[in-house]
Design a protein around this ligand. Sequence first.
Ligand code: ADP
Ligand code: MG
Length: 253
Amino acid sequence: MIAISDVGKSFATRRGPVAALDGISVDVHTGEFLSLLGPSGCGKSTLLRLVIGLLEPDRGEIRVGGRAPSALRRAKQFALVPQTPALLPWRTVRQNALLLTQVNRAGSGGPATDAIGLLEEVGLGEFLDAYPHELSGGMQQRVALVRAFALGAPLLVMDEPFAALDEITRSQMRYLLLRLWEHHQATVLFVTHSIAEAVMLSDRVVVMTGRPGRVAHIEEIALPRPRHAAQEESPEFFALATALRHALHAEVM
Ligand code: ADP
Ligand code: MG
């Protein structure tokens, strides 16, 4: 689905060029849930912006479904879930959830999933006419997830979507995202700095080096699906989390 080969990207700053990514290569398979795990500033957000065509690489190549990211962008074949939900404050939950679907219907042409059904599925059925300021951070992020899944896009790109939430809400969101993803298949490229989140969600976890970002380690997560919270106490989970912690710490130190 996504082929990232030997991509480099630098930014011009007042203090000279900053290399964000240097020769990163990753393939994401169709239907896969792949997480990027890495220290702050290692280029994770930059890589996502390259994949969705918001930035151009200095060198190397990115193909999404065989096409250039800019084509994917024009055809609106992806949905982005940012760190903060970015809901429109003057629109209700229902209107926010339907927003991208309405804007994009002409673009993607794909069958949009029933947004109201999804809102009910994530426990927001009684909040359809509420405004974002009436919701908790976790509820707002649930609306943002629904908005992304309702689009029916084949690729979902998520940049630390749960980073601003408290630990309990964050762990609930993990399983909510898993249930949505199981029912409404899509390829997911997910960025996190949480080891537990990466293990519980992913098919594979790519650990990145410190800046400039490269691939340090790839871990296959063979935990059975559907995943559930009890697995967080299993020896298999512990072994995977330990392997990722070692790979990550080797980079941070
Ligand atoms: P991460 O998401 O892993 O924390 P980023 O991709 O946001 O990392 O940033 C990687 C590096 O590139 C950082 O050093 C950051 O300061 C720099 N960077 C990112 N975007 C820009 C930009 N638009 N202009 C200048 N420097 C940038
Ligand atoms: Mg980032």
